[in-house]
Design a protein around this ligand. Structure first.
Ligand code: B12
Length: 213
């Protein structure tokens, strides 16, 4: 199957929640040498976003959306073993978490996977991470880069709260902060004094690489 059709089949089978076809399409894409970036962005992520749009229109319901997210997550785990591991020992320390009151983690997990596969030492703090935990963990692990994920307009303000708390503790000097998630934008990053905004995992990686030279 040509690459474009394969990605379309993948997006469609996520809509049907056809787990075995999703798994089969991902395997076929890997075998055919489809770039992992395309498979993640134009396949798995696009499929889940489309399911989300149908959820917004009331065409699918919450349990279906959750099943779709679960199928995508499982396939991300599978993909992890195929992402070319970077030979360099460690490029730096990257920490990531989803901010308080927010439980979305599909995107965050993709970012963590991509950074880990690219040679970063990754600490994933999980979901619904309190500001106090972010501050304590930054103190403890001293990452060079911190990623803050938020998918809700009601929780994106917690990205600002975390940044302010880190500043108040004097922890900003050697730390670059990247914000991401659906409601974030370059303007938002600037407004809350983050160092960068990234629209997906791979642009996050490019931003990190700029910081670390
Ligand atoms: C799947 C999903 C869920 C799943 C989450 C499952 C899980 N384990 O994560 C479930 C069903 C549980 C869920 C729950 C809810 N959801 Co929801 N959800 C979605 C949906 C459809 C897709 C999100 C997703 O996984 N996308 C796929 C991933 C791969 O993309 P991504 O998250 O954007 O991440 C990529 C980039 O953004 C970026 N990125 C993200 N974070 C970071 C961080 C860094 C550092 C970097 C570099 C990059 C980066 O890189 C990622 C990978 O490329 C979105 C719709 C949307 N358009 O986003 C709604 C959406 C986010 N949810 C929404 C809502 C309202 C909710 C609920 C409140 C619903 C409810 N009424 O109960 C709850 C919230 C509960 C809570 N307290 O958090 C709204 C938010 C609206 C708003 N304006 O705030 C959305 C936009 C849907 C909508 N329009 O109604 N949701």
């Amino acid at each position: 199957m040509v690459e474009k059709d394969l990605l379309k089949t993948l997006v469609d089978s996520i809509q049907r929640l056809d787990e075995s076809q999703v798994n089969g399409s991902v395997k076929m894409a890997i075998d055919q040498g489809v770039a992992i970036t395309r498979l993640i962005n134009e396949g798995l992520t696009a499929g889940l976003r489309k399911l989300g749009e149908r959820f917004e229109r009331g065409e699918v319901f919450l349990p279906e959306l959750m099943k779709g997210a679960m199928i995508v997550q499982q396939n991300m785990k599978e993909l992890e073993t195929h992402i070319e591991k970077d030979e360099i020992q460690t490029k730096g320390k990257f920490m990531i978490g989803t901010v308080a009151n927010d439980i979305h983690d599909v995107g965050k997990n993709i970012v963590a996977t991509v950074f880990s596969a690219s040679g970063y030492e990754v600490t994933d703090l999980g979901i619904d991470v309190s500001t106090e935990t972010f501050v304590a963990k930054v103190k403890e692990k001293k990452p060079q880069i911190l990623g803050l994920s938020s998918l809700l307009t009601t929780t994106m303000t917690n990205q600002r709260v975390v940044i302010e708390a880190l500043e108040a503790e004097g922890l900003r000097k050697d730390l670059k902060i990247i914000v991401g998630g659906a409601p974030a934008s370059p303007a938002w990053a600037e407004k809350i004094d983050a160092d960068a905004y990234a629209e997906d995992a791979f642009s996050g990686l490019r931003e990190a690489e700029k910081f670390l030279g």
